[in-house]
Design a protein around this ligand. Structure first.
Ligand SMILES: [Zn+2]
Ligand SMILES: [Zn+2]
Length: 363
């Protein structure tokens, strides 16, 4: 079967003819891949900065944001049948008996670092015509979400983050009014974060680098989030226009912008860090002033990665809600669909450059 693989030793990325996977347990399903989204993690993998092949394999099949269709079910599988659309989760638990996170069904909080991730770390991904997965790691997708369900995995970032924010804010001895949010960055994680924040009632503003007009700004404003350019407006002006954010949602992986904007976080606010910076930026930090601010304003810094079972379910529910509330809003986040042969161009933006979310399609 056709698959896209990276060969870290040879520093090559190419379409290969991989062995077709077979069911190896009665709780597994075989899935025909429909679509695979690509993101910054994939960019790092094709540049050989990140990603680890499974033990004994000279290559890693890439792809972790996937929508597929069930073509075979094991004898013990319940609740799924041939023809169902599914989205698989990415991370699998570490083997250690002492890891409380993995032993409690939350490899997203793994403490040993020995988890595996399909398409990223020591397990083949989904950018192949077929894959096999245990039914415990796949989520059934309503047929009406077929066009947008490839966005499920990137949306789970926001679902997990906002679930944590809600729990954190339960520390406040009153029920806080849902407040203001500022999203840093306007890529797919930022855009889906905007929708998730709006859905929860936050008055949400996007603060990102590129000046308007651009398609990311248009996508954000189409769902009701004003877009302000950090090239044109200082953080002080951002606050004058949008108010001090109760939630600052960092989705750009930009350290300098994150620390700069953190200065205007509202009292009792939470800064959520979701972006992984890919390079070091020269940054001068007034450490004492920052610590003083965090202490005197009861602020919380939250880093979050990956997502749990329930976050995938919530993401699928939310995709349905977003579609009803903003017709076409999700669809416009998918900039272009490419064949597997164009994987590298899609990831690095050489083909259909720029845009928001690029997707590989298997037919
Ligand atoms: Zn991704
Ligand atoms: Zn673990």
């Amino acid at each position: 079967m056709k698959a896209v693989a990276v060969f870290p030793q040879q520093r090559e990325v190419r379409v290969i003819d991989a062995p077709e996977p077979r069911l190896q347990s009665p709780t597994q399903v075989k899935v025909r891949t429909r679509e695979v989204g690509v993101c910054g993690t994939d960019r790092d993998i094709v540049q050989f900065l990140y990603g680890t092949s499974p033990p004994g394999s000279e290559y890693l099949i890439v792809g972790h944001e996937c929508l597929g269709e069930v073509v075979e079910v094991g004898g013990a599988v319940q609740g799924l049948q041939k023809g169902d659309l599914v989205v698989p989760r990415v991370r699998r638990p570490c083997p250690h008996a002492t890891c409380p996170a993995c032993r409690h069904g939350h490899p997203d909080f793994c403490v040993t670092g020995d988890y595996t991730e399909r398409g990223i770390k020591e397990a083949h991904g989904f950018c192949a015509e077929l894959f096999v997965e245990d039914v415990a790691y796949v989520h059934r997708v309503p047929a009406e979400l077929r066009e947008v369900a490839v966005l499920t995995e990137p949306l789970t970032i926001a679902e997990k983050a906002l679930r944590e924010v809600r729990r954190i804010q339960e520390r406040l001895p009153w029920k806080p009014e849902t407040g203001r949010a500022v999203v840093l960055g306007a890529g797919p994680v930022g855009q889906l974060g905007v929708m998730a924040l709006l859905r929860r009632g936050y008055v949400t503003t996007v603060y990102s680098r590129s000046p308007k007009p651009n398609e990311k700004a248009a996508a954000a404003e189409a769902v009701g989030a004003p877009y302000l350019s950090s090239k044109e407006l200082s953080v002080e002006e951002l606050v004058r226009r949008a108010g001090a954010p109760d939630v600052l949602y960092e989705a750009a992986g930009a350290a300098k912008a994150a620390f700069e904007t953190l200065k205007v976080l509202a009292p009792n606010g939470v800064v959520v860090l979701t972006g992984v910076p890919s390079h070091e930026e020269a940054l001068s930090l007034e450490g004492a002033a920052l610590l003083k601010q965090l202490v005197l304003k009861n602020q919380v810094v939250l880093g979050t990665v990956n997502a749990a079972d329930s976050d995938f379910d919530m993401a699928l529910d939310d995709l349905g809600r977003f579609r009803a509330r903003w017709p076409g809003g999700l669809e416009r986040l998918i900039t272009a669909r490419h064949p597997p042969e164009d994987y590298c161009d899609a990831v690095t933006g050489r083909k259909g450059g720029g845009g928001i979310k690029h997707v590989i399609t298997f037919t």
